[in-house]
Design a protein around this ligand. Sequence first.
Ligand SMILES: [Zn+2]
Length: 272
Amino acid sequence: MFRQPTKIAAALVLALCAGTQAFAQLVGPRPKAEAARCDPSTFRVIVDVGHTPEVPGAISARGVEEYAFNLNLAKVIDGKLREAGFNKAHLLLARGPAIPSLVRRVAEANAMSADLLVSIHHDSVPEAFKAMWDFGGVQRAYSDRFKGHSIFVSADNPHYQASLAFGKMLGSRLKARGLQYTPHYKEAFMGSRRRILVDAETGVYRYDQLLILRTAHMPSVLLEAGSIVHRDEEVLMGSEEHQSQIAGAVTEAVEQFCALRPARTQRASTQR
Ligand SMILES: [Zn+2]
């Protein structure tokens, strides 16, 4: 009879402690706690360069291939990640025809048991929206109708929720820098390119069929950094300052994501 109340009291204390800890995790100083838990040197983020030199993707309003924009920005992002201590960051490049090179990129990414994949692209519009202008004596296709970035995730990725979480982190970091996403992918006039806007606050869309997002084994997002067929935005996308802004947003989002996934990161790092 004497021990019973003690047991109950001990159980109550334990329950209260557990409750207090859970509550502290909800309302406590999260940023500090998160920063302490992220070890960037053990976290591998893959920066995928969209397309190849042979099949370079979209052509800008001034005739520059998308691959060149993707490669430039991906290098700036990779550099910024390394500055932040993400020494295992990996720039994923491929050559050759579109689908085989894409399959090779995904296979390479999967073989590295990475924690996160970010695929870098620059956007165009369907042909019907394009008009012609003269640039440097050459007729070039352009469209000034849509501008802004967009972020895509696939519900078929085995880590859809984590992909979505990172997508939102990235979107909010871009937003914090005054950059706006393009809302046009949710419109009916996009036809087969219409997408579901999963998060209207941060500009994250679902694009389930995208091969790289669907077949990658790690949380994955695709960033269309901006439109290169928009004549003003093409100039912006070529500026080092703007590239640095985007790279800063990606790096901060990776830091936040890394901090929220400590257990998996540390376990995985010991197995590499
Ligand atoms: Zn592309």
